[in-house]
Design a protein around this ligand. Sequence first.
Ligand code: PEP
Ligand code: MG
Length: 655
Amino acid sequence: MERSTIVRVHEGLHARPATRFVKLAKGFESDVELVKDGKAVSAKSSVKLMLLAVKENQEVTVRANGADAIEAIEALIGYLENPKAGLDDEEPQSPANDAAPAPAPQPAPAASSEASSLRGVAASEGVAIGPAFAHFPPDIAGQGRLLQADEIAGEIDRLRAAIAAVQARMDRALAQDSLSAGDRGIVAALRDIAADDSLTGEAEKAIRGGNDAVSALITAASTIAADFSAVDDHYLNARADDVHAVGRQICLVLLGQDDVSLENIPEGAILIADDIGAWDLARAPLKRIGGVVCGHGGATSHIAIIARSHGIPAVLGLGNKVNALRAAQEVALDGNSGHVIVDPDAATRADFAGRVEAAAKERAGLSVFKTVTPKRADGRVIEVAANIGSLEEIEAAQEAGAMGVGLFRTELLFMRHMHLPSEDMQAETYAALAKAFAPHPVIVRTLDIGGDKPIAGIEFPDEENPFLGWRGIRMCLDRPDIFKRQLRALLRAAVHGNIKVMLPMVSDVSEVTRTRALVDECAAELKAEGAPYATFDLGVMIETPAAVLIAPALAKEVAFFSIGTNDLTQYIMAADRLNPTVAKLNDVTNPAVMSAIELTAKAGVAAGIMVGMCGEAAGRPDLIPTFVEMGLTELSMSPASIQRAKKTITAMAGD
Ligand code: PEP
Ligand code: MG
């Protein structure tokens, strides 16, 4: 028996709704299938359900066969039509594992003068020395021999025991109160996959065909992951990594091996990896990490930004040379010069120990600047603000003495969730920020994302050059459904503090005027709905050469400029900010970039608007005096750089 309906589950049968649907289906004895476009899958497997890629408002059929078929159909159709009704809510509706993508792979190995000394990209300042913590998850291989017929039942038992052990481990993790909502979502999604019949069913089939459990599981995981990769949906594509991650955990149990986990990193250790996802690093015990050395990444990659915001010295972009560190016992690194020394001798060790101590002393001496309000010689206050990307970073920014937020990167908010964040959720986040820093301003940058970073809910085209493509304000203006949701949330949040809004990747005045029209439209809608809102200052990032060249015209349209030197440098110099091979050219002090900054400052000052900077150069003590002399009155940077910037400005006034 069967019945059809239209799916009313918001965003369709993605991870959590699929799990709920399966849980309901498993409560019935009958065989139950869900059918879409003529394709039927078992309603008792969340993996198969997810792969059916059922979206909201699509028509599906529930088919059941068995003693309780009528009840099963009634319950499942009821869920599809009204998913919120009658469900216990013990499963948290948390963000799933939308891991922030790792920086694009970089090919070039860095130069090395001697075997024990390597050179990479100086990505986060400071020196460190400590025990090496190599994070190179091993490749897993099966036994590669065919099982005898009498070994098969035992091998299936071994597989089932390993799966049960992994599920139990994940259940234990979920039971911990200390788990953040984000981490809980990740673990819950992985546990669903571990518990799914598709993976076990495929693996058992392969064992029956004579394969050992590890080989069988690798094959099963690869097959299912390939199915996820093939679906035309970014969110589901990212699930392929989850399947591999779960497969890996089960294989490790089968092999009696422990996984390499960042959880166990010892105090003060230097994390060594070929590549590490920014989201993985953000979740690691950052306070314990003494330094980071990576084969991939560049000075303005997001790993570098996370390292800088936590004051962790980092050298990235070592390329294949990072393999020389796999067996290192101790590592010293200089995040200012990009040098990494493997197993340093006594003299080097003493030198680094001295420099680490001096840096700690400098930090202690800087703490008096936390509450200082830096001023130019003429008494004009220079705002020293923080660059942050999540509410978790508020504390570090306040601790450092930030005079507001000069750049709130909203991308993480979008990347962390399996759906586009709702207007309410965004409004709450922006309001929390505004309240935390009031009366100081909080400058929220509208979504700055492109095809290089997948986001669930936005289809990006394949592009030859995503950095020159459909990103930032270009994408937002083409997707008013997404953009207006963010603008409405910002108008609502502006009631709670001093919110300002800035647009990324602007290269034409019309992008500002079109945005302003959308803001007006949103304000009119909120007014008609009787929802409280307040207007905000609208500014632009100056980070494209076009924006520099039309700065005088842009200045007439906006309340402020914020110079994004990270992108401005790569676009002026035509040198990819993530590519260590061209790192030398990607230099903000190049006269071409400095004159672009000066042109921008002149245009802003002449028009009487605020000119600030939120690229990484804003925190450089060697450049701050020049920027202040050019007329910049706001500098926004990683919290770790704030106190030294305040000291530098204060010292200028005394000169
Ligand atoms: C910049 O480009 O300088 C900037 C601050 O933005 P992001 O690093 O996020 O691209
Ligand atoms: Mg930028």
